[in-house]
Each structure stands twice: as C-alpha cells, then as structure tokens.
Design a protein around this ligand. Structure first.
Ligand code: CMC
Length: 430
C-alpha cells in the first residue's frame, strides 16, 4: 500500500474528499473510490474503461508495450516452452509445477475427461443445427446437476475438484457439440493421448477407425488453447467473477462466462473474422471493406482488429502468426484464397493511416480463425475452442475471488428516467 492520496473537490460538498491511491506490483496506480458512496457520490465509468473491479495476482497486461504475463511469465515463453495443462496449473496455483507435480496434474485432468452418460440426452434435445455455443452454455451449466458432492464453494477441495472437472470435460463437451452437428457418434476420450490430441481425436475420430493425428496440428491446437488460457478482467472473466460473487456454483459461473464470450466483440470475433474474409471473397474487394470500416456511418468493423487494452501488437497474435505459417505449411494450404485475403488485409490495415492512428492492430482472433479453418474445424466451433482454452483463466479467477474476502458485485447507475409519478388507471390513459 502506498502513502499516496487522491483529492477530489465536488461542487456542493464541503471540503476535499481524500481517497487512498493503491499501487500494484506493475501497472497504473488505482484510486480507491470506495468511500465516495458515504459522501452520496458514485463514480461513472460505462464499459469499465477506467475501473479496476478487483485485485488479482494472475495475469498482467501492458497494452501499450504489447506485454502479457501469466503469474509473471511472458506469454511468448509459455507458448514456446510450456504447454496448455502446465499453464492451467500455473494460473490456478501461482507457480509452475515440479516434474512430479506436473505428471500428477496431467493424470488427474485426464482421469476426469469423461462426462456422465446422461449428458448424451441433453445433446439429443438440441436441434441438429444448434449453434455449438448455445449447446455449450447449456451443457456446462448442466454439469452442476451431476456433482452435488463438490459444490460447496467454501471448501477448497471442492473448488479444486470442480476446476479439474471443468478443465478436463470442456474438450469432451466441445467435441460432442461438433459430433452432434455432424450426426456422428460421440467419441469417448482416450486418456493415453495428450490434452489437445485427445480433443482432436474426439472431434475427427470415429469408432470405425483409429484416429491419425498430425503432431504439428496437435501442437498447434495445444498452443491455441494456451494462448487463450487467460486475459485478466475481460468481459467473460468479469462475468464469471460477477456470477461467482453471488455464491453461484462454478459450473453456473463458467456457463455465464461462455455466454459472455459468445458475442462478436469478444470471443465471437474469430468466427466473425472468417465470415468477413468469406464475405470479402476476393482480394480486389479489400479496399471496399477497408473503406467501409473507416466510414463513421457504417457499423461495419474489420473483425480481428483492435483491442480494448492492446494499443500495440497483441503478443498472442505474433505467436499465432508463427503457428499459422507452420500449420498452413504442414497442411499444404499456403495458397488458400482466404489466407491470401487475410494477409493482404493485414498489410493494408497495418499501413493505413486510420488503423495506425487508432492503434488498431490484428488481434489474436485474426490468425486463430485461419489456423482453425486449415485444421478443418468449422467456423461455428471457433468460439467453443476459445471457451475451452479460457476455462483455465475463468476458473483461476473464480477461485482467486472465492479464496479471499469478497463482496457481491453490485454496480450502481446514473439514473436518467422519470422522477416519481402516480399510477394512471388504464381507462384514464391518453
Ligand atoms: N474496425 C474499424 N474501426 C475500429 C475497429 C475495427 N475493428 N475497432 C475500433 N475501431 C475504431 C472505432 O470506431 C473507434 O473510432 P472513433 O474513436 O473514431 O469513434 C476507435 O477505433 C476506438 O474503438 P472503440 O470501439 O472505442 O474501442 P473499444 O476498446 O471499445 O473496442 C474492440 C475494442 C475489440 C471491441 C473493437 O476494436 C472491435 O470491435 N474490434 C473488432 C472485433 C474484434 O476483433 N474483437 C476481438 C477482440 S480480441 C479477443 C477478445 O479479447 O475477446
């Protein structure tokens, strides 16, 4: 805690209001405005642009530098040297595991990959063309109905088991969404495979053949999960924290995070990028779309560009760019027409005055969609894959909140509606 103070003078309020200024280990100082309510004031910050809603030790982003640290470790180092499950462990526990701890953790997660057979009945209830994110919101929330044995959020052991179950079962449920849409039999997990490999096995395998998984693709899939693992207080993580602050169970909270992630301004952007590239259709039409993106009167935005926090290259997108080249090379898809459009669009946007001035760089979703398309993952599954990776961060943030003193999240408002008025009976209304 620093000795710094902020002072505020407000017309109509006597004297100066003094507020503590808190310093973190990194990042801007934070003015603690908690005492303002006692003075009859609230702060006003739509979109939480200037508001830190919590204290956290998990992830740090410096948007100006393009820096992303998980528990202090740069994302580039994790992507190169770690793997998804180790990063999950790190996010949840605060430290990298020893070799023995890692082995035990991987075994535990892989032991929880199967879902209760009754979950199949939930899928049977969904229409053949249900959006996989709609199915995910439902089935992940429904997991709570199977685990009455571990729903006491005040018991650290229950929280730990729920976290393991969620991380383990997300790929199984994600693959079930895909299989449902294809009308193919669900594949049981194969716990001898790695986490990402097992996901690809459940997605693309079938009971009549042994799955053949390209190691380049399995590695790329693992890095995609890892790069999505956490991103501090984004819309879906904040939703998980807010839902969790009421004491809701972790499955309900993660389901609410999945719902928040679905929107095109957040996790839905990777799907929107591919749809946009398809709509552009030909390199000759790029200029037309760039022009539309710059037009104030046109709601169209270049999907996969811009970020609330990064005003520099998103470090995840640089890693993603590298995997993109590797996967497309391995799949022989370097000349994919959509990829050519994407590359040209990236170049134009990086040089265009509008994008440069507003610091709109390609974000993680710009490249992840292209990689997933090359792997053969259908567009509507992209956000499900984001959700699968992000489960690690959601559950780590939820656990961090519950493990410390916390209050129910309850923002206030600037009310601009009617002042009090009297009820008018129906026959007297104009
Ligand atoms: N294309 C064209 N103009 C843009 C874009 C874009 N993609 N993004 C921002 N702008 C303009 C915007 O019109 C505004 O202009 P002005 O100042 O003249 O009004 C300015 O840039 C600032 O935009 P903003 O909407 O105030 O910024 P924000 O921080 O509220 O929004 C964003 C961030 C990510 C929602 C936005 O950049 C966007 O809609 N991008 C496209 C969707 C996308 O790729 N989302 C994925 C985000 S990364 C993954 C994740 O975290 O989920």
């Amino acid at each position: 805690m620093s000795d710094k103070k902020a002072q505020l003078k407000v017309d109509g309020i006597d004297g100066t209001i003094e507020m503590p200024v808190l310093s973190g280990t990194l990042g801007p100082d934070v003015v603690d405005v908690g005492s303002l309510t006692g003075k009859g004031l609230f702060t006003y910050d739509p979109g939480f642009v200037s508001t830190a809603a919590c204290e956290s030790k998990i992830t740090y982003i410096d948007g100006a530098k393009g820096q992303l640290l998980h528990r202090g470790y740069p994302i580039e180092q994790l992507a190169e040297q770690s793997d998804y499950l180790e990063t999950c462990y790190l996010l949840m526990n605060g430290e990298l595991p020893s070799a023995e701890e890692k082995k035990g953790y991987v075994e535990t997660i892989m032991n929880h990959t199967m879902v209760h057979e009754s979950i199949v009945n939930f899928f049977k209830g969904f229409r053949y063309d249900a959006h996989p994110m709609a199915m995910m919101c439902g089935v992940v929330g429904a997991l709570a109905s199977f685990y009455h044995d571990s729903l006491d959020i005040n018991d650290p052991e229950h929280r730990r088991i729920s976290a393991h179950r969620l991380i383990a079962k997300m790929p199984t449920l994600a693959a079930m969404c895909y299989k449902h849409s294809k009308g193919q039999p669900f594949m049981y997990p194969d716990n001898n495979l790695g986490y990402a490999e097992n996901f690809l096995h459940m997605m693309f395998g079938n009971p009549c053949e042994t799955s053949k998984i390209d190691p380049v693709v399995a590695k790329a899939m693992d890095i995609i999960f890892l790069l999505h693992a956490d991103h501090e207080q984004n819309a879906s993580t904040s939703t998980v924290r807010l839902a969790g602050s009421s004491g809701a169970n972790p499955f309900a909270c993660i389901s609410s995070g999945i719902a928040a992630l679905w929107g095109p301004a957040h996790g839905g952007a990777n799907e929107a990028v591919l749809n946009m590239l398809q709509e552009i259709g030909d390199e000759s039409r790029i200029d037309e779309f760039v022009k539309r993106a710059k037009d104030k009167n046109d709601p169209f935005r270049l999907m996969g560009f811009g970020h609330r926090v990064y005003k520099n290259f998103d470090p995840r997108s640089r890693v993603m760019q590298g995997i993109c080249d590797e996967v497309l090379g391995a799949m022989g898809a370097e000349n994919d027409p959509l990829l050519r459009i994407a590359k040209k669009l990236e170049k134009i946007a990086l040089e265009d005055e509008y994008f440069v001035e507003k610091k709109l760089y390609p974000n993680v979703d710009f490249y992840s969609g292209i990689i997933m398309k090359a792997i053969g993952i259908p567009t509507d599954m992209f956000t499900v894959i984001f959700a699968t990776g992000r489960t690690a961060g959601w559950i780590a943030h939820w656990n961090e909140m519950i493990s410390n003193p916390y209050k129910i999240g309850r923002p206030r408002q600037l009310y601009t509606g009617y002042t009090q008025r009297d009820y008018v009976p129906a026959d007297k209304r104009k």
